[in-house]
Write a protein of this length. Structure first.
Length: 300
């Protein structure tokens, strides 16, 4: 099969937007051209990747299976291109891993880029279980990751940046989508999209093990993008940090504040072993910017 990464980029963009016109605008091509590219890709697979009518676009089962593989392929090529550019320019890159985007995280990256104009920035999206591995295998220099308690491990240094509340991620057709807030008790019968399985979800909820609430895990997702895909399809719900509200808007998904859960903290993670001056400077800037932004917005 003659398959190109560009075709996978087109497919991933439509899967992200679930709207051909918005995906075409994002890709800077015409909507008819994008439709032809997707149709050509579907002919190669011999089956539809999307179900579409006048009102909505959604992934088929084949499309849902292809999406995580397509994203991995796109990321792998991007890594090769970045490596080649670094080799050609002879300069050093600053590599930042992100588990979930956030407004404050974006401000930190923006100000870091202006503070260090000679640096070349490489932003890598990490899976929920990828932070420590990415640091230990030298894929990234620092990671911004949410957690209920400071991550720990040999050679790991964790710096708290800011704290945020929790939100329920649901599809727009879900009965709780229109609520101003929900309680944990109202989620007992929900089917959850978990990061790594039952135990990881229970840890992320931060509820006492003795309170009788055992969440039902229907799907396991490796990245927050996959969480949004599943929730937008109405197949399950998820609990995220409130920073996702502004950082990860998605057609077909709403974020509802959850009462009764402990707040999450976003940490800057780095290796504790002889950090470079650049990494220490970024850490200092991140702490300073996070404190300023939380004071301005009333966040914690």
């Amino acid at each position: 099969m003659d398959l190109t990464v560009q075709q996978l980029r087109y497919f991933a963009a439509v899967a992200h937007e679930l709207h051909f016109a918005r995906a075409a605008e994002r890709l800077r091509i015409s909507a008819p051209s994008l439709s032809r590219q997707i149709a050509a890709l579907e002919r190669k697979f011999g089956a539809p990747l999307f179900r579409r009518d006048a009102r909505r676009v959604e992934l088929t089962e084949l499309g849902s299976e292809l999406l995580p593989m397509a994203r991995r392929s796109i990321a792998a090529l991007d890594d090769v291109v970045s490596w080649a550019e670094e080799r050609r320019s002879g300069g050093a890159a600053v590599r930042v891993g992100l588990v979930v985007g956030s407004r404050i995280g974006s401000v930190i990256l923006n100000e870091a880029a202006r503070a260090f104009p000679a640096a070349r920035w490489k932003i890598r999206r990490l899976g929920f279980d990828g932070s420590l591995t990415a640091l230990r295998t030298d894929l990234v220099d620092v990671v911004l990751a949410p957690a209920l308690a400071a991550p720990s491990g040999p050679g790991l240094h964790a710096v708290p940046l800011w704290t945020e509340g929790r939100v329920l991620v649901v599809g727009t057709g879900h009965p709780l989508a229109g609520r101003d807030s929900v309680t944990v008790d109202e989620l007992v019968d929900e089917h959850f999209v978990a990061a790594l399985g039952d135990e990881a979800l229970i840890d992320w909820l931060g509820l006492p093990r003795s309170d009788g609430f055992t969440p039902k895990v229907a799907y396991v997702a490796g990245t927050f993008e996959e969480v949004l895909d599943i929730c937008s399809a109405g197949l399950g719900v998820n609990i995220a940090g409130a920073g996702a509200v502004s950082a990860s808007p998605r057609p077909g998904v709403v974020f509802v504040p959850v009462r009764g859960l402990p707040d999450a903290t976003v940490y800057l993670l780095r290796s504790a072993r002889a950090p470079s001056p650049a990494v220490l400077a970024i850490e200092e800037l991140a702490v300073r910017v996070a404190r300023r932004e939380t004071r301005r917005s009333g966040e914690r």
